[in-house]
Design a protein around this ligand. Structure first.
Ligand code: GLP
Length: 248
């Protein structure tokens, strides 16, 4: 695992964007596995800026997103489709049909999950999978549990995740309690993984993912088994690793 230690959120965002831009420049028809949340927002801002300056384009890029809330429509301002449109897709030249986010309104979640996995498989998996991480170590919406789930699946969100997401909704009751998430098969199938983290509240999740036992109790720990992971994090998110004497 290559670790980039950055001083703050802004520097982390710029470095993460540089890794993604590098992938696009190297392979203009790459498949980007994309993530939502506050962590990648800054990286998307840099990518839009670099697109506008003509350094990169998304003309041939395909994207598959990690997850979507069950029950939210694409135009709900807290849906992950809406997030992707407003933070990236609406501002660059990506072909709309080449962007995929699980359908949170599907009447048949099992069929939607199978369809999503089949599509990712048909692309040969992501060239680069971007990941944030939850405070409890979740990646995508693969929450801590008894096993790693391979396929795209419906997840019952944990209370800690619902609490963390509650800041975006009027009341706790409005926060979706389920999501469709890519499973570990699609995530680990990516040729390269870019894990990003910022802030002290992620320090335990990062420490456990990088140094802890490989266990579904900390979903991010599965990344230790991937041969090509780049971790881009700020000093606060790396603080537990630094305190433990890990060279970063
Ligand atoms: C959600 C998303 C994850 C994201 C996590 C952390 O649960 N499904 O993909 O990594 O939130 O979000 P944030 O970056 O806002 O801390």
């Amino acid at each position: 695992m290559r670790i980039y230690r950055e001083k703050d959120y802004e520097a982390m965002s710029r470095r993460a964007a540089a890794v993604i831009a590098g992938e696009i420049i190297h392979n203009p028809a790459c498949v980007l596995g994309l993530a939502t949340g506050s962590t990648p927002e800054g990286a998307y801002r840099y990518l839009v800026d670099w697109y506008k300056q003509g350094f990169i384009n998304f003309r041939h890029v395909l994207s598959v997103n990690l997850d979507e809330y069950v029950g939210l429509s694409p135009d709900h301002d807290q849906s992950y489709r809406y997030f992707m449109q407003s933070n990236l897709f609406d501002h660059v030249d990506i072909v709309p049909e080449n962007t995929r986010v699980p359908d949170g309104l599907t009447a048949d979640t099992d069929a939607e999950c199978a369809r999503y996995d089949a599509y990712i498989l048909s692309l040969g998996y992501a060239s680069l999978q971007l990941l944030g991480i939850g405070r409890n170590g979740h990646i995508g919406f693969n929450e801590p549990g008894d096993c790693f789930v391979k396929q795209t699946h419906v997840v019952d969100l944990t209370e800690s995740t619902i609490d963390a997401n509650a800041r975006f909704f009027p009341t706790w009751d409005d926060v979706p309690k389920q999501a469709i998430s890519m499973g570990m098969g699609a995530i680990m199938g990516a040729k390269k993984i870019l894990l990003c983290a910022s802030g002290e509240e992620k320090a335990d999740a990062i420490y456990n993912s990088v140094c802890g036992p490989i266990t579904p109790g900390c979903p991010g720990s599965i990344l230790q088994l991937h041969p090509n992971v780049v971790l881009v994090a700020d000093e606060a998110a790396l603080s537990k690793l630094i305190a433990a004497g890990v060279k970063v």
